[in-house]
Structures are given as structure tokens and as C-alpha cells.
Unconditional design. Structure first.
Length: 95
């Protein structure tokens, strides 16, 4: 399921698959294998980002595999509150 997350908020995604033998889980971001680096924690079927940052936005994919096959789930993460701060100079004139 696609997710919108505020910058610096926590995101937890769970990938559920059932099978015998029990499936193993592999996570990807934008087609690249995630290995629990860059502020991402992977434990079994759960992906956690404790403090979401703008560069973590993208397409995430969970693959659950066992000897009988593979099931895939895909979701997009959009990070809210990622904008540039800028200074506005103005002059107040009396009326």
C-alpha cells in the first residue's frame, strides 16, 4: 500500500506471506537490494525507517520466497515536508 510519511516520522511496513516452508523476505528500493543500511532496519518481514528523510522516497518492493515460488508486493513512499527554505526580503512602507 502506498504511503505518505512526514519527514522525520517513523515508518513501519510489514510484508505478510504464508507458505510451507515458511517464506524468507527480501526488500528492495527502486530496484536495489536493501541490506539494512541508510537508516533502514530490516527484521524478517518488517521494514522500519525510524526517521524518514526525503532521499528515502521511492518504490519499495518486498519479495517473499520459498521452494515453491515468489510473491511480490510493491508500494511507493512519498515524503511530505521536503521543501527548500528561503528568505524573503521585503520592505514595509507606511500607508
Amino acid at each position: 500500500m502506498d504511503q505518505h510519511a512526514d519527514r522525520d516520522s517513523e515508518l513501519v511496513w510489514r510484508c505478510q506471506a504464508y507458505g510451507i516452508p515458511r517464506p524468507t523476505y527480501t526488500w528492495y528500493r527502486n530496484g536495489q537490494l536493501l541490506s539494512g543500511d541508510r537508516g533502514v532496519t530490516l527484521v524478517g518481514n518488517t521494514l522500519t525507517i525510524p526517521r524518514v528523510q526525503g532521499d528515502q522516497a521511492g518504490m519499495y518492493q518486498c519479495m517473499a520466497s520459498n521452494t515453491h515460488g515468489t510473491a511480490t508486493s510493491t508500494a511507493q513512499l512519498r515524503v511530505l515536508g521536503e521543501w527548500e527554505y528561503f528568505n524573503v526580503n521585503y520592505t514595509v512602507k507606511p500607508v
